[in-house]
Design a binder for this molecule. Sequence first.
Ligand SMILES: CC(C)(COP(=O)(O)OP(=O)(O)OC[C@H]1O[C@@H](n2cnc3c(N)ncnc32)[C@H](O)[C@@H]1OP(=O)(O)O)[C@@H](O)C(=O)NCCC(=O)NCCS
Length: 198
Amino acid sequence: MDVELSPALAPGVCPPQRIDLEGLVIRRWQPEDLMARFEAIATSYDHLHPWMDWLTEPITLEQQRVFGEAAARGWPTTGGGFNYGIFDTDGTLLGSIGMSDCLGPPAVEIGYWCHVHHTGRGVITRSAAALTRIALALPGIDRVEIHCDAANLRSAAVAQRLGYHLDRIAPREKRTPAESGRGMFWVKKQAGSRPRIA
Ligand SMILES: CC(C)(COP(=O)(O)OP(=O)(O)OC[C@H]1O[C@@H](n2cnc3c(N)ncnc32)[C@H](O)[C@@H]1OP(=O)(O)O)[C@@H](O)C(=O)NCCC(=O)NCCS
């Protein structure tokens, strides 16, 4: 049975809607991103489908429209998910990253995917570095986690590159075709934070 966890972020506490990095713009999804997101996911289907539990079947435009509406509604006053598109400075969609308030205090989780045509150049590592930094600066947060299947070596490499610590490898429901059923739980703590005593 799933246990409902209380949010880690107090009402009104949220990450910024836009993050500018050199050559990258990470910004909250806007309604006009619908077609770009749909095309990116459709083009990347074979790359994403093995790992993303929301992509067991090819997506439809309608599903993406519903997702976009939820993203537009859920910011900034409530917890839950803060989902961003990652763009080149010319507006090309490169991938996506999100911060999810689903772990309970004092942690949030970061997740991501990259457009198949834009992998291998640090887009996700740089975006995850920025969002990790931002998360750890939010009031009430002193831990950020990245969860991936043990077989998802590209995802694990992002966490490792950023200095996340592999907290544990544990059985986890196998939700996608490529998953092994063993989850890796990567953790990054606020510098100077003390381990919690149970
Ligand atoms: C997981 C995933 C997002 C990783 O994508 P990625 O392209 O490997 O990650 P990045 O964009 O950070 O690129 C990293 C590469 O760029 C290189 N790089 C170049 N410039 C860089 C920079 N400034 N900073 C960091 N890395 C840089 C890295 O060395 C690395 O090279 P490598 O491919 O030779 O190892 C991608 O494989 C994906 O979309 N997978 C499917 C969805 C998925 O599994 N999501 C996660 C679910 S838990």
